[in-house]
Design a protein around this ligand. Sequence first.
Ligand code: FEO
Length: 394
Amino acid sequence: MKPVKIAKDIYDVGVNDWNIRDFHGYTTDHGTSYNAFLILDKKTVLIDTVKADFADQLIDNISKIIDPKKIDYVVSNHTEMDHSGGLPRVMHKIGEEKPLFCSKMGQKNLSRHFRQKWNYHPVENGEELSLGSRTITFLETRMLHWPDSMFSYLKEDKILFSSDAFGQHYAGQEKFDDMIGEAVMPHAKKYFANILLLYSPLILKLVEQVTNLKLEFNMICPDHGVLWRKDPGKIINAYINWSRQEAKNKAVVIYDTMWHSTEKMAEAIVAGLSEHGVEAKPMHLRKWNRSDIMTEVLDAKAIIVGSPTLNNGLFPTVSDFLTYMKGLKPKNKIGAAFGSYGWSGESVNLIKTELESMGIEIIDPGVKVQYVPDDQSMEACIELGKKTGKAITG
Ligand code: FEO
């Protein structure tokens, strides 16, 4: 990716990672980008870096605009290594003595990552840094999504450098929301569902704080994907809605199957839901990645989970998904369980216990089928779908 001018004297000097398909377990079908921003003023500042493998590309991009040695300050909004991995290379290139601005937790975390005695300048929430004609205000956003996370707000230009927030795992030639249109929203939704959902209460609090500060945004520049310049309010409103976790008339039927019995049950449950006009689909855990299923969970009211009983327990992919979903703390959901078994049949109760531990309201005892579902069992699954549909639509 060439440097992209995003405003007068401000450039995105980051890189596209076109071929990444697995971002620690999150499928990135369209790759991702690691955005980094260069602001030229009386003082020149670099905001964030890139993954270590791409550090040379970052330096090349900077060199197309200025001699990297002319960078006066570096800002690290977030220490996760997709944004900090390039720091050792950058600091070596521009001069190890250059001031490095980060949050207090950022200093601790960078020290633990890189064991370097850089010239750290830990900043307070609201602290300002003058670049000459421009000013950066640092906004602490602790736990959004790491303890070190912060935003940098360029006051005069009204540009928010938002680190991971408002990002999307998307590599493309389009660098701005107006170039890609609505196609960006599924990527933003997936990113929220898999990375930020558990921090929903903090996001709502942050939005309130920003509203009280009366901050205006001409542009929001996340560290991944496209930048929001046409309508920054669109992604802010989407974050508010997703954080409120207001569900649609929608159910997700998540399952795995050994000999198609639990699969047949899943399809019958979906048929029952459809009879009630509820949007629903069966999602097989070895056909869908957990990150795509979680995206569907975000705005679903009902989560119905099915597993065969294997060795007196859950099928491993079902355990995997339940562990993953539990960590992301979905709220305001109802749920139920189903599954086939041969001789012991623990899976349904195990699923219900897990769903209950997440605060999901169990609305039915669930359906258990020995070996292969007969007509009566299939009818019970359809009834479970209908009952769930009724609970969703009221
Ligand atoms: Fe894109 Fe939390 O790193």
